[in-house]
Ligand binder design. Structure first.
Ligand SMILES: [Zn+2]
Length: 505
């Protein structure tokens, strides 16, 4: 039980939670986005991040502070919160990223955790090894051992009220990620970043991001706060939250702005090529792309000053659109339509669709935390036929009382019959007694022009009912189902095409 993290609402594996950060004296609502603040270049003042953008927490790099003479002594003297002029919670990274980039750093976990405590960090990070994707297994295992030693060193360190990250590594080996999650959960550390995701995120390998998160979550406690380290593109927030991530950090807003890139919920645009801004944030409401291009500082040579430059304005838009999406994700969790939002985002890029499909491969895991009742289920794509609700309905069917002779029919028309009972069939859910038709998810809104996936899913529901009730005589009245759907219906179920009987509708 982790008493500093409380989960309030669930949808799929996504949740709204409250992370208590005792050293900062604040409680942060999750999912939360932590803007990455470069201690050398404050693109947007941290006080503005809190007041104008609503950032309750940010992340900065203690390794950079420690190795930059100009600021180290000032931060040690003033403390991190005064130095950054930020009164929310501050997480600090340790130099692991630099280790991954340059192969060597001159600090141990013991030293850097101590330094993070001295400068007043609220959440510290040990020196783990972010093993990149696609390495050989031997390297992934060896580096995981180093990471596990770093977690032990962090546990042994004097940390007081400061929370400490326990990064979960394991490269692209799901079993190593799961084992790393289990090991991390057994420490007394507090927050669980899934690490080394940047190479996967940068190359849009969202299916593998989802696999890594799900593997880590299988090893972690269900109530552990999970941070998707390095993830902050608005396009993938809904997907990552639905997979079970609680914290995100965005360097993208500033890095992308430096290259003239404009973030949206369906991808990244180039300022150079834009004629219109599809956004109503203060920056986009007051400027046109042409105006931004004409401004000084849009030449991509970020000078660090970032006054009223196009770069800073672009960074502000990038942050606005990211926080807006985060609020939309939270609202979706509260309404129970997070998977509808993920489905919409999946249409923005084929790689996002891969991510959504990978998530649905784990529908059984999502089902465990998915609420029993929420706003109406919207069938918006054939991926909807694989949602956890469909599986739960099928499991529920097996527990229902069933008479000896049962008619299952897509027809709503009343008719005389000589069955013991007549149940409704509704793709993609399958059969159910009419008395349940006002309960979730049977109230699903489904298009009239159904696709094959919905009918096949309904046929699988018929098969599940038949298999749970081997002695029941079942007849299925269907509305012109294809061979593929009828193939999923067991042979012992008699089928009638309502269209040829003139009874459809
Ligand atoms: Zn905007």
């Amino acid at each position: 039980m982790r008493d500093h993290f409380e989960i309030r609402d669930h949808d799929a594996a996504g949740r709204i939670g409250r992370l208590e950060v005792p050293r900062a004296g604040v409680t942060v609502e999750t999912p939360a986005l932590l803007p990455v603040v470069n201690p050398n270049v404050l693109t947007i003042a941290p006080s503005r991040l809190r007041e104008e953008f609503g950032a309750e927490m940010l992340i900065t790099n203690s390794y950079i502070i420690r190795s930059t003479d100009r600021i180290r002594d000032r931060v040690l003297a003033e403390g991190l919160h005064d130095f950054l002029e930020f009164d929310g919670a501050i997480m600090t990274d340790s130099g692991s990223f630099q280790l991954a980039e340059y192969g060597d750093i001159d600090v141990t976990t013991e030293e850097i955790v101590e330094f993070q405590r001295e400068i007043g960090s609220d959440v510290a990070t040990p020196v783990d090894v972010p093993t990149p994707p696609d390495v050989d297994r031997e390297r992934a295992e060896r580096e995981l051992e180093t990471t596990q030693r770093a977690l032990a060193d962090a546990e042994a360190a004097e940390t007081g009220e400061m929370l400490v990250n326990a990064p979960v590594q394991g490269s692209t080996f799901p079993d190593l990620r799961e084992e790393a999650g289990r090991h991390a959960t057994e420490t007394d550390l507090d927050v669980f970043p899934v690490g080394a995701m940047v190479p996967l995120l940068n190359s849009y390998r969202y299916a593998e991001v989802v696999e890594a998160v799900r593997a880590a979550k299988r090893g972690l406690d269900p109530d552990a706060p999970v941070h998707l380290f390095g993830a902050g593109h608005p396009m993938m927030l809904a997907l990552a939250v639905a997979a079970g991530c609680d914290l995100f950090d965005s360097a993208a807003y500033a890095l992308m702005a430096r290259d003239g890139r404009y973030l949206t919920v369906s991808g990244t645009e180039h300022l150079e090529e834009m004629e219109y801004f599809p956004c109503s944030c203060p920056v986009c409401a007051e400027h046109t792309p042409a105006e931004l291009r004409e401004m000084e500082g849009s030449d991509g040579e970020g000078d660090g000053g970032a006054d009223a430059s196009a770069e800073r304005l672009l960074a502000e838009h990038n942050l606005h659109v990211t926080f807006e999406e985060l609020r939309r994700v939270k609202a979706a969790i509260r309404s129970g339509n997070l998977l509808e939002l993920v489905d919409r985002r999946a249409r923005g890029h084929p790689a996002m669709l891969d991510g959504y499909r990978a998530l649905l491969d784990h529908a059984d895991e999502l089902e465990r935390t998915d609420p029993v009742s929420k706003d109406a289920f919207f069938y918006t794509s054939h991926e909807s036929a694989r949602r956890p609700e469909i599986r739960r309905h099928r499991d529920r069917l097996a527990r229902l009382e069933v008479p000896d002779r049962l008619l299952l029919t897509e027809s709503n028309a009343p008719s005389t019959h000589d069955y013991d009972a007549v149940w409704r069939v509704k793709p993609p859910l399958g059969p159910f007694p009419r008395a349940l038709s006002e309960t979730y998810p049977l109230t699903a809104e489904v298009p009239e022009r159904l696709d094959e996936a919905a009918r096949v899913a309904a046929a699988e529901g018929v098969a599940a009912l038949a298999s749970a009730n081997p002695d029941t005589e079942i007849t299925l009245g269907h509305d012109g189902w294809s061979e593929a759907a009828l193939d999923a219906v067991p042979d012992r179920v008699e089928t009638e095409d309502l269209r040829t009987l003139g009874r459809s509708g």
